[in-house]
Design a protein around this ligand. Structure first.
Ligand code: ATP
Ligand code: MG
Ligand code: MG
Ligand code: MG
Length: 439
């Protein structure tokens, strides 16, 4: 992409409505624009990162054997009356009436609809286990939308649903989700700690939230500092291996880590004092096992091996895809702007031409642009007629991991400058070497 043709409406001033750094930087970097309270348009740069996050979620769900599908955003109230949640959900649910006076709603989550699909088509235990998920826009009429995409009213969520014959099978699904979530967040450059939590309106007994530690987080969390030493890394996982998934679950949840809703002072005080931490966190996902809470009222039953009809055991699992963008920026920025982790960066490398119009500099930039493209990398070439200072400021603000700076003076010596956004360290190298380093 060439900046001269790109729509990147960066702001020089700090927008006054933004209270936290991620919101400020997303506005300043021209990634989003508020359409109304808690509702945003995703401009090209923001949308590009959103797609990257979605792709990581799809890849990791696919790896875990979960099937992607898509359900509508507008749903009929009938199913929600059947489950008993239509009234229970309260003011967070956006209710709509169509021209025939039918009660509709904008989906805040989709347990009812997926259960309806299940009951229409699955009748035997032989078709289990089954896990399907979608990445779809949700609407919750939050009383206080704030912090940009972190607490929007319209937001993008991955929601997955498992159907199993027994509680044991459903707990394997639960563990499999935990593993896939650990991998997902790590690929996004984040540490998200599973913490015992409260189930809220989804219901159920077993639930963990995934929290990214950040001072601006809305949740108060209590944990044993040893949990922050755990990483999943690139270990091999067989998602069908019940014991292996249970082992990971055990490893990542046996140390004390809880949100304030389930915090237990006595258990917390049993941790050696120097390891006790009270902090704040951003909820970027949650997994639930809720057994037959929806399958019973909605009559989602299968014939078991003994011929008897039994309600299926279910769980649901959410990732806040759009909120993650805010969380990543909260965790990875400096006073100049965003610092994208490699796995989610909108472009791999910026090219800054210090003297646009200089035949040699232009040609060197074009050559770099082409060779990066041939390697399957996406460069963002600042080919505008602007001062170097402004170009650097934009590149720092939008936070690409690498910047290659090209100017007539360097080219005389056969070199360009390669700068790492994270470390700020620059090196002079021949252009081919710079390309190799970026790849
Ligand atoms: P919160 O406690 O922040 O209100 P929640 O517990 O109500 O979130 P869940 O029902 O668990 O949310 O939904 C799954 C995920 O969707 C959450 O973990 C979070 O990452 C994301 N999410 C929930 N509400 C919002 C929102 N208003 N804006 C952006 N993301 C959200
Ligand atoms: Mg909520
Ligand atoms: Mg919550
Ligand atoms: Mg939650």
């Amino acid at each position: 992409m060439r900046l001269s043709r790109y729509f990147l409406p960066v702001l020089k001033e700090n927008p006054s409505e933004a209270q936290i750094v991620s919101h400020r930087l997303m506005l300043r970097a021209g990634m989003i624009k508020q359409a109304s309270a808690g509702i945003y348009s995703w401009l090209p740069l923001g949308f590009k990162v959103l797609r990257k996050l979605e792709n990581i979620v799809h890849e990791e769900q696919g790896r875990a054997g979960h099937m992607a599908m898509l359900m509508p955003t507008i749903q009929s109230a009938d199913l929600w009356r059947e489950s008993g949640r239509y009234d229970a959900y309260g003011a967070e649910m956006l209710r709509i009436t169509d021209r025939h006076d039918r009660d509709m709603l904008f989906t805040p989550t989709a347990e009812e609809l997926i259960t309806d699909i299940f009951r229409a088509h699955v009748g035997s235990y032989k078709d289990l286990p089954l896990t399907m998920y979608q990445i779809q826009w949700k609407f919750r009429d939050e009383i206080r939308p704030r912090f940009g995409v972190m607490r929007g009213r319209e937001f993008l969520m991955k929601d997955g649903y498992n159907f199993d014959l027994t509680k044991e099978d459903a707990m394997h699904s639960y563990n499999r989700h935990l593993v896939s979530y650990l991998r997902t967040y790590e690929r996004m450059g984040l540490q998200a700690i599973p913490m015992r939590a409260d189930s809220g309106p989804i219901g159920g007994d077993d639930t963990h939230e995934f929290l990214v530690l950040a001072d601006t987080g809305e949740s108060e969390v209590f944990y044993d500092s040893a949990v922050t030493d755990l990483t999943f890394g690139d270990r091999d996982i067989d998602y069908d291996d019940v014991a292996q998934c249970a082992g990971v679950m055990e490893e990542f949840t046996n140390l004390y880590a809880r949100t304030d809703e389930t915090h237990d002072e006595a258990l917390f005080n049993a941790i050696p004092e120097e390891r006790r931490r009270v902090a704040r966190g951003i909820e970027v996902g949650q997994i639930f096992y809720f057994g037959t809470k929806y399958s019973e009222p909605l009559n989602a039953v299968v014939q078991g091996p003994d011929g008897k009809q039994v309600p299926v055991h279910m769980g649901s699992h959410g990732i806040g895809v759009s909120r993650l963008m805010g969380a990543i920026i909260e965790a990875s920025h400096d006073d100049k702007g965003i610092i994208w982790p490699e796995g989610v960066t909108p472009y791999h490398c910026g090219i800054v031409n210090l003297k646009q119009g200089d035949a040699e500099a232009d040609a060197a930039c074009e050559a770099l642009y082409a060779s990066l493209g041939l390697l399957g990398l996406e460069p963002l070439y600042d080919d505008r007629n602007e001062r170097a200072g402004g170009k650097f400021a934009t590149m720092d603000l939008i936070g690409l991991p690498w910047r290659i700076t090209v100017g007539p003076r360097g080219l005389k010596n056969g070199v360009v400058e390669l700068t790492s956004r994270r470390t700020g360290v620059s090196e002079e190298l021949p252009p081919e070497e710079a390309v190799k380093r970026v790849a």
